[in-house]
Design a protein. Structure first.
Length: 91
């Protein structure tokens, strides 16, 4: 939602939204695309976290390089650690 008028703001009232912590202080016109998302459902919340913010982090000039690098590392499947992964690499 690029254009934010009074009608759009009313549509978001009472809904949970996610916003980029690194560019939230800027006027909307100066933020990278997908800086704020309002998922329609619980499954939409998952999509917002995995797809939309991943795209935003890749293009937002205000996200620190270390954060961008960590996201790439975690997305590559070589994060290590014990959780998730669907059993990959286990014998």
């Amino acid at each position: 939602r690029r254009c934010r008028g009074p009608r759009a703001a009313r549509a978001d009232r009472g809904r949970i939204g996610l916003r980029c912590r690194y560019c939230k202080h800027l006027p909307a016109r100066k933020r990278a695309n997908l800086h704020t998302v309002y998922p329609d459902s619980l499954s939409g919340l998952y999509r917002a976290c995995t797809v939309r913010f991943k795209r935003h982090v890749a293009t937002c000039p205000h996200v620190p390089g270390r954060v961008r690098d960590e996201l790439r590392r975690l997305s590559s499947g070589r994060a290590g650690g014990g959780g998730g992964g669907g059993g990959r690499g286990c014998k």
